[in-house]
Design a protein around this ligand. Structure first.
Ligand SMILES: [Zn+2]
Length: 166
């Protein structure tokens, strides 16, 4: 596959050299299914959270390593929001949730796990799911859900990416 536009390479080049940033590493990665990357826009990308709060928990992040909204350009902000919008649409259609929690944790004190690279959380909610959610902040890994959910969502995001993300 020929890639003509690969701004995530810039994230790799300009990202931190050591210490590592998971979001920079996933952005620069080449094996999207292994990295659970669902979509790559011009300025932002979508991936599944490896430690989900709930089934279908997605992250939408700019390629660029930055930790505050004020650092984002208008193009980056718009791409972030467009992919957030598509994430809601595709999750609604594929997983039929009753609602969503969508949010941004800025800074460790606010609960950010990867505090240096901002990212939006998209968490589908179903009536009664709090019984199964680690509301005290612990995360649980649901590998079978991850693979199955990726298989459901990936074609939707792939089609959207091919259309130029429109
Ligand atoms: Zn980063």
């Amino acid at each position: 596959m020929e890639t003509l536009w690969a701004p995530w390479r810039m994230a790799y080049i300009t990202g931190p050299r050591e210490g590592g940033c998971i979001l920079c590493e996933k952005a620069a990665g080449t094996d999207d299914p292994v990295n659970l990357v669902l979509a790559r826009g011009r300025w932002a990308y979508v991936l599944m959270n490896l430690y989900p709060y709930n089934n279908g928990h997605l992250l939408v992040a700019p390629y660029r390593h930055c930790d505050r909204l004020a650092d984002l350009s208008p193009d980056e902000l718009l791409d972030l929001m467009r992919w957030l919008q598509r994430s809601e649409t595709f999750l609604r259609e594929e997983l039929r949730p009753d609602g969503f929690n969508i949010g941004l944790n800025l800074g460790k004190v606010a609960g950010a796990g990867m505090e240096d690279h901002l990212h939006l959380h998209v968490v589908p909610r179903w009536s009664g799911d709090t019984n199964f959610m680690p509301v005290i902040g612990e995360t649980k890994v649901m590998p079978e859900h991850l693979a199955a959910t990726y298989a459901k969502l990936a074609p939707r995001f792939a089609a959207s990416s091919r259309e130029g993300g429109r």
